[in-house]
Design a protein around this ligand. Structure first.
Ligand SMILES: [Zn+2]
Length: 115
């Protein structure tokens, strides 16, 4: 059975000033710089390109990271797309991602301040 694949580009609004600045690189352990990075995310039938994602870059080994805050916004935007396009099963899968992400952020004391 073939499922429809929906592709979108989303420009996220999460800014660099709202993401934590105490993140360290998992590779070298050094401090990373806040920077906008480009990424793609695919969940079930929805695929999005995120050209303006608040994240981090390690200046030493150029490893890129996406912030939890931007990821949360991306999931929320994907949920809206899934709803609007009638992808019921995908809505559920995305909601599961949202719940997990919320737990992660609460565990690290984040996601409380809002934007
Ligand atoms: Zn590094």
């Amino acid at each position: 059975m073939e499922r429809g694949r929906i592709e979108r580009t989303i420009v996220l609004t999460t800014g660099l000033e709202v993401i934590p600045d105490d993140i360290t690189c998992i590779l070298c352990g050094g401090p990373v710089e806040r920077r906008f990075v480009e990424m793609e995310l695919a969940i079930d039938s929805i695929r999005v390109r995120l050209p303006h994602t608040a994240g981090y870059v390690c200046p030493k080994d150029e490893l890129e990271y996406v912030s939890d805050e931007a990821l949360m916004e991306a999931y929320q935007a994907m949920e809206v797309i899934a709803r609007e396009t009638g992808q019921g099963r995908t809505v559920e899968v995305i909601q599961e991602h949202l719940r997990t992400q919320k737990k992660i952020m609460e565990k690290f004391g984040r996601g409380k301040a809002g934007k």
